[in-house]
Design a protein around this ligand. Structure first.
Ligand SMILES: Cc1cc2nc3c(=O)[nH]c(=O)nc-3n(C[C@H](O)[C@H](O)[C@H](O)COP(=O)(O)O)c2cc1C
Length: 222
């Protein structure tokens, strides 16, 4: 299994979120996964301009790291999204990336992939952010298996992942790989995806003259 992790934190792999995701990856590697990590520090992806060109031709015209990262996402079997809690939400770094994925969501292009979410905070409120990230994975077509989160205070070089969260993270990594191996299905994920699929088909049918790439994509899928 090839797993691509995306960390939306300026502290990268050495920050709190990076340390927690590191434990997830140890668990995944123990089950034989190959892991690659991309760090979004905030200077490599520009915000979406809302021009709809990606819906029309399947690519964004902005010149930055988004398209190469998108290709890596499409080539992976598993996606892990990781963010610190920035004012009760994902970091701006990760949100900018997510906004640029609009066409992936319209096409549910991550179908067949599995995923998980990782969130850290200074003082709490991680769960709604984990849910948000897993919802993004679901509407993109992927199957999130679960998430892990930890309250870790400020980002300091000597901050440690609490023991309990370390075990949860390791176990999540193993679960992700095993769910992918067994092609595990989750009724709740399928329900959300079924509703989203109907909504996207109506939307894209409505815009079929303009959003030719997305219309052709759905047509090809029958
Ligand atoms: C801009 C900013 C906003 C933050 N907002 C919150 C918050 O709303 N609630 C909270 O508990 N922690 C908040 N924090 C703390 C971080 O979520 C926390 O230190 C996190 O573990 C840092 O992860 P990192 O080292 O991977 O960047 C904030 C930190 C920053 C820099």
């Amino acid at each position: 299994m090839k797993i691509l992790s995306i960390i939306g934190s300026p502290h990268g792999e050495k920050g709190n979120t990076g340390k927690l995701i590191g434990e997830v990856l140890k668990g995944a590697e123990s089950e034989g996964a190959e892991c690659e990590t991309i760090v979004l520090k905030g200077d490599s992806i520009k915000p979406c301009l809302g021009c709809d060109l990606c819906h029309k031709n399947g690519r964004c015209h902005l010149k930055d790291d988004f398209e190469p990262i998108k290709e890596k996402v499409l080539a992976a079997d598993g996606i892990i999204l990781a963010s610190p809690n920035y004012i009760f939400h994902v970091s701006g770094q990760l949100k900018v990336f997510i906004d640029r994925c609009s066409s992936l969501i319209h096409c549910m292009a991550l179908e067949g992939k599995y995923g998980a979410s990782v969130v850290t905070s200074g003082g709490g409120d991680e769960w709604p952010i984990v849910q948000y990230l897993n919802h993004f994975l679901m509407v993109s077509g992927a199957t999130p298996v679960d998430g892990v989160w930890a309250t870790m205070g400020t980002s300091e070089p000597d901050t440690q992942v609490p023991e309990e969260n370390r075990e949860q993270a390791y176990s999540l990594g193993r679960t992700l790989v095993n769910a992918w191996k067994e092609k595990r299905r989750f009724a709740m994920v399928e329900k959300v995806q079924e509703e989203h699929r109907k909504r996207m088909q109506e939307l894209i049918n409505w815009y079929k003259e303009e959003w030719t790439y997305e219309y052709a994509f759905w047509k090809e899928r029958g």
